[in-house]
Design a protein around this ligand. Structure first.
Ligand code: ARG
Length: 750
């Protein structure tokens, strides 16, 4: 009885502060047995904790991969077939597209395994196991107060633990800190580097609705693509080779095409990238006032500049489509976040929790001593950095990640520096060597080290110029630097701005692109040839591209230093704040911020009250009052004059004939997307939506507008995950693309 009372008390307290609910939370699979499993089973899960996460026997986690470190994929056949989002495969699909064979536009389906296209640089990572190593780490850190010593010790102990965990295997591991350095968990991984493109619908299916519908419900997007993971003949990961064979996974997800009802259990496993759920009210205010609007301001101009040239030429359109989509995605994200942080009154809710925290520690002198400075240090940091946030955001958005040349020039200058220093170091050694054969060996070593560095530069350059249009880039430089100049205080200008004649950035850009060898593929090739011949590059330090790049990167790394003291205190403040609220709310289960480690979120299939604001914007009412959308709405949205809403003729034919085969619902309708109340974020894209039996029912790809503040504060009533109904995915593969052989590979539950 007592327990129930305190539980009730805790729950009502939670409602006042967090509005926490069962479906909020990105849980670590290794803890679900102790934290969540009973609740999950109550909500409809039929599996045991071991069937989801087990170190010793195969479990669901063995079918989930981190795709390239930026998305999630799931294995859906015993031949390594992997499903993910179209927007996750976008870069790969784009890399195989040309104006003559534009698979981004037309789609692609490998008829046989030999038609599958190896994607350079793409890898997938399986989780072998995770482990809480907090005690081992902290044991080594006790008593070390000096920060440098502490960091050094931390590095050493992590290295040791990783070596012990991976010794004698081909696994890799990393340790990450959680709750602002309070806890440490180790993740042991197996990475496969031979991943091939198997199939993708045309963009008009995979990105239907484009940026207009992005981050919004109702949705009608077939956001999926398919890959296959290959392994060496010995069953181990291997670099790409025609000798490799399809992966034999420990587990693959059966595909359930029986359909889902509102209220059905649903969970998602994947790799959410980052959240800021413990952000203070001061941090939220800074995000609303400064960070969000500034990102949007720069990206507005960046997108307009790109679009202008993309519309004029198909080749440029293909080259920049992935860059454009990436920029646009978070351009819209920040608009939504700024708007919804206000609509959802997040500052006030954070304040409430902070007030409760103050009350809690004030009630006890010991606590007071420990926690009193936390919020003050946090607020001081934001006060100090408010005015600098504009400049810092510009450094990042208009500089480091502005025009492509900046990072390219920075990396080039690093490699050139490495070549010079390697030469000097080796020459000194050669000079010092007395023995003739030793001299000879050293000369050989010098040659091969330099050769390796030059070849890295060559690869870097090839990559850079693949998706590069000189005219577009020159316009980006002129426009973005000009905006930077006008919008940011002089103290936060990169030094080279002072040498731009009359702040005429058009003229600056014209000269830069005319004179710097880094701005033109042919000139860069010549530069590399000179290096290969052992020639000295004249005045490369004065190259204006390198000067600008070093200025921006210098500011980027340096700005952190300027507030190092306040930042350190702020971080310690957050650590204490979170530690405190965990003690303050002992009945509540906590989860750490997302940090690209594997997580699980559970809840149910569920509609939500769409806001009036969104209702005014929709092109079709389909999906407004329920948890799913259908082909009817997809067809209704068609707009022949807007490429975002074009529908392929073949899809319309299938619609007219209602030729949905086994994929129709009980009313003969084909469902396209559906909603669950799961807790996901960027990085979860491509994640499997899994039912109570462990079967695949959909692929998660987005969130809804009303909850765009969700990365900072979960929106209990309105936050939803938008997923592709697995039946639509299979319909497109089977009926639209005629790739029945892929369906035959899967384990289909009917
Ligand atoms: N908002 C989605 C995400 O971040 C990406 C959707 C891609 N679609 C698009 N129209 N850009 O995961």
């Amino acid at each position: 009885m007592k327990k129930i009372v305190s539980l009730l008390l805790a729950v009502s307290m939670l409602l006042a502060t967090f509005s926490a609910s069962a479906n909020e939370g990105m849980w670590l699979p290794m803890f679900i047995k102790s934290l969540n499993i009973e609740d999950m089973q109550k909500q409809g899960l039929k599996l045991s904790a071991e069937e989801i996460y087990s170190v010793n026997s195969s479990s669901l986690k063995d079918a989930i991969v981190s795709m390239g470190g930026f998305c999630t994929g799931e294995i859906i056949s015993n031949q390594g077939l992997m499903l993910t989002n179209h927007h996750c495969g976008y870069g790969a699909i784009q890399s195989f597209s040309t104006p003559k064979n534009n698979i981004l536009k037309n789609g692609f389906w490998a008829k046989t395994k030999s038609d599958e296209k190896a994607v350079e640089g793409l890898f997938v990572t399986f989780l072998v196991r995770m482990e809480d190593v907090t005690a081992e780490v902290n044991k080594e850190l006790v008593g070390i107060t000096d920060e440098k010593d502490r960091a050094q010790k931390l590095k050493e102990i992590q290295k040791e633990l990783i070596e012990k965990a991976t010794k004698g295997t081909h696994y890799t591991a990393y340790i990450k800190d959680f709750y602002y350095g309070s806890e440490f968990y180790m993740f042991v991984n197996e990475t496969f580097n031979d991943v091939r493109l198997v199939g993708a619908p045309p963009e008009s299916v995979g990105k239907y609705g484009g940026d207009t519908d992005n981050w919004m419900w109702p949705r009608h997007t077939g956001d999926f693509s398919m890959f296959r993971v290959y392994m060496g003949k010995d069953g181990k990961p291997a670099e790409y080779s025609t000798e490799n064979v399809p992966l034999k996974p420990k587990h693959h997800l059966p595909v359930n095409i029986k359909g889902v009802k509102e209220g059905d259990f649903a969970m998602i496993m994947g790799y959410p990238g980052s959240t800021d759920r413990y952000l203070s009210s001061y941090g939220v205010q800074q995000a609303i006032d400064i960070k969000g609007p500034t990102v949007v301001e720069v990206r507005d101009l960046k997108l307009k500049t790109m679009k202008n040239r993309m519309d004029a030429k198909e080749q440029v359109d293909i080259q920049y489509s992935a860059k454009y989509a990436q920029t646009a995605n978070y351009w819209k994200y920040y608009q939504g976040q700024t708007e919804q942080l206000q609509t959802n009154k997040v500052v006030a809710r954070k304040k409430q929790l902070e007030d409760q925290f103050v009350k809690w520690y004030s009630a006890d002198p010991e606590r007071q001593k420990k926690y009193r400075a936390a919020l003050e240090d946090i607020s001081t940091y934001y006060k100090l950095t408010n005015e600098y946030t504009v400049g810092n955001t510009y450094v990042m958005e208009a500089g480091v990640r502005g025009p492509d040349f900046v990072l390219f020039a920075f990396r080039t200058s690093r490699l050139l520096g490495a070549i010079e220093s390697t030469k000097a170091k080796m020459d000194a050694k050669i000079e010092a060597a007395t023995d003739k054969s030793e001299k000879k060996e050293l000369k050989k070593a010098r040659k091969s080290a330099v050769k390796g560095l030059i070849s890295r530069l060559e690869t870097l350059s090839e990559e850079h110029f693949k998706n590069y249009n000189k005219i577009l880039e020159e316009e980006l430089v002129a426009n973005l630097f000009d905006l930077y100049y006008k919008k940011v205080n002089k103290e936060q200008h990169p030094p080279f701005f002072a040498n731009v004649n009359e702040a005429d950035f058009k003229e600056y850009a014209r000269k830069l692109f005319k004179t710097s060898p880094l701005m033109k593929k042919g000139k860069m090739k010549r530069l590399i040839r000179k290096l290969k011949l052992g020639m000295k590059l004249k005045k490369i330090d004065e190259d204006q591209a390198i000067v600008a790049a070093n200025d921006f990167l210098g500011m980027y790394f340096g700005s952190a230093k300027k507030f190092a003291e306040a930042e350190k205190k702020m971080e310690e403040g957050y650590k204490l704040f979170v530690e405190g609220i965990r003690l303050m709310l002992p009945e509540k289960s906590f989860y750490p911020n997302a940090n690209s480690t594997q997580r699980l979120t559970y809840g149910s299939v569920l509609s939500y009250p769409v806001s009036d604001r969104v209702k005014k914007m929709v092109r079709s009412k389909d999906g407004l009052d329920t948890f799913f959308t259908t082909m009817e709405g997809l067809i209704e949205k068609e707009d022949k004059n807007n490429p975002e809403f074009e529908i392929p003729a073949r899809l319309k034919e299938l619609y007219e004939a209602k030729d949905y085969g086994q994929y129709a619902d009980e009313n003969g309708k084909l469902r396209v997307n559906f909603l669950t109340n799961n807790d996901i974020t960027g990085g979860n894209s491509g994640s499997p939506v899994i039912d109570g039996n462990g079967y695949l029912i959909g692929t998660a790809f987005d969130g809804n507008w009303e909850a765009m503040s969700g990365d900072i504060s979960f929106e209990n009533k309105v936050q939803r995950t938008i997923s592709v109904d697995i039946r639509y995915t299979l319909f497109i593969i089977d009926k639209y693309a005629g790739a029945r052989h892929l369906i035959d590979e899967m384990t289909v539950i009917k």
